[in-house]
Write a protein that binds this ligand. Structure first.
Ligand SMILES: NC(=O)C1=CN([C@@H]2O[C@H](COP(=O)(O)OP(=O)(O)OC[C@H]3O[C@@H](n4cnc5c(N)ncnc54)[C@H](OP(=O)(O)O)[C@@H]3O)[C@@H](O)[C@H]2O)C=CC1
Ligand SMILES: CC(=O)N[C@@H](CCC(=O)OP(=O)(O)O)C(=O)O
Length: 345
């Protein structure tokens, strides 16, 4: 099946290309670039020499829909909202990696993203692509809003305890750290080497655009409105997200029981690895893979649960989950093309 990628020279795009290259049923049809149309891909990314041989294309919804059967939009928020509708009107399957179609409420979107919202009908058409949780809906979908990187690590780490009703939903704190590739390839002062090297910075306190996305999923699944405290940090890594989350428990329950609950919740989820007691995951242990690893510890003194959830932001947090969703949409095994082990060390 031919796949097109829009946002061709960005990090999401090259990660999609890496994964599609070894996917048995997908091949690269078109790669669209706004900034470098006409240029050979290998001139931008020499590491992909002889892999993507076609030149970068301009965006043309009709041509893309004729030449391909699925489109991945790896474009920034505010851009996907303009491009995806043109493709959807041609009846082609789309998976959008941006935040444009993740929130159900147009008003919430405009408050947090500061762009005008996409049209309501496309917000309704979009299925939120948290693969492990919305599998059945994704199988039937023609348009996926792929989750954000932080929301993937956070919601996968919190949903078992939220759904168990053992959590005090008024006390959920998420301390999140991301490597710099999470901000994309664009140049900015904050991702400048000497600003980020040997440094850890908290950013977007109380303003992060992923707050409403996380709250939407937790509230939907928890059955009550849930608010969170969510603080993001930029750390000197290229890839990786670690979310360290604190949940006050309503009753006394030992770590082992919480681990059993998580293992039961994810018993059919190949990509979620719940660690045994005393075994806490680190970002390198998932790097380059589609795994989300979860470590758990209950402090019996305070009756608080600490959840540590790690992913590779570009794989499970973006391109890998997008491929997992493409697999589900096409009736393929969800692991297809995603069997790479983490790169360690
Ligand atoms: N990086 C990550 O870890 C994650 C990213 N995402 C989301 O995925 C999407 C892609 O992210 P990522 O690849 O990292 O970002 P990048 O900034 O690396 O790439 C985005 C690409 O989109 C294209 N683009 C930029 N501006 C415009 C524009 N005005 N019109 C059309 N195209 C434009 C550019 O490519 P070109 O000029 O070649 O078209 C650009 O390289 C974003 O929405 C991001 O928020 C989601 C989860 C994780
Ligand atoms: C490290 C870093 O800067 N990360 C970005 C993630 C952006 C992203 O993925 O944006 P959407 O999911 O909203 O499309 C951030 O915190 O804003």
């Amino acid at each position: 099946m031919k796949a097109a990628i829009i946002g061709g020279t960005g990090y999401g795009s090259i990660e999609l290309i890496r994964l599609i290259n070894k996917h048995p049923y997908l091949e690269i049809g078109s790669v669209v670039s706004n900034s470098q149309a006409g240029v050979n891909f290998s001139d931008v990314y020499p590491h992909l020499s002889d892999i993507v041989v076609q030149p970068l294309e301009t965006f043309d919804a009709n041509r893309l829909s004729e030449d391909n059967e699925i489109v991945f939009l790896a474009t920034p928020s505010g851009v996907s909202s303009k491009l995806a509708p043109q493709l959807l009107e041609n009846g082609i399957k789309c998976i959008d990696l941006s935040g444009d179609f993740r929130l159900r409420s147009a008003e919430e979107y405009e408050n947090w993203y500061k762009h005008s919202s996409p049209e309501e009908k496309y917000l309704k058409q979009a299925v939120y692509g948290l693969s492990e949780i919305y599998k059945e809906e994704i199988r039937e979908a023609s348009f996926i809003a792929n989750p954000g990187c932080y929301p993937t690590a956070t919601t996968l780490g919190l949903l078992p305890i939220i759904k168990s009703k053992l959590a005090d939903e008024n006390f959920i704190i998420i301390d999140a750290k991301s490597g710099v590739s999470g901000a994309g390839r664009g140049l900015s002062l904050t991702s400048h080497y000497s600003e980020i090297n040997e440094n850890v910075k908290a950013y977007k306190l109380g303003k992060h655009q992923h707050i409403p996305e996380i709250e939407q999923v937790l509230s939907d699944e928890g059955g009550n409105p849930i608010t969170i405290t969510f603080t993001t940090h930029l750390v000197p890594l290229t890839r990786g997200i670690m979310c360290t989350m604190y949940v006050h428990l309503k009753e006394k329950i030992p770590t082992k029981k919480v681990i059993d609950l998580y293992k039961q919740f994810y018993q059919e989820s190949h990509f979620i690895r719940v660690r045994p007691e005393g075994n806490i995951p680190s970002t390198k242990e998932v790097m380059g893979s589609n795994f989300c690893d979860i470590g758990l510890h209950v402090d019996e003194r305070t009756n608080r649960l600490t959840v540590i959830s790690v992913i590779d932001n570009l794989v499970k947090g973006a391109a890998g989950q997008a491929i997992q969703n493409a697999n589900l949409m096409n009736g393929w095994d969800e692991q297809t093309g995603l069997t790479d082990l983490p790169m360690y060390p």
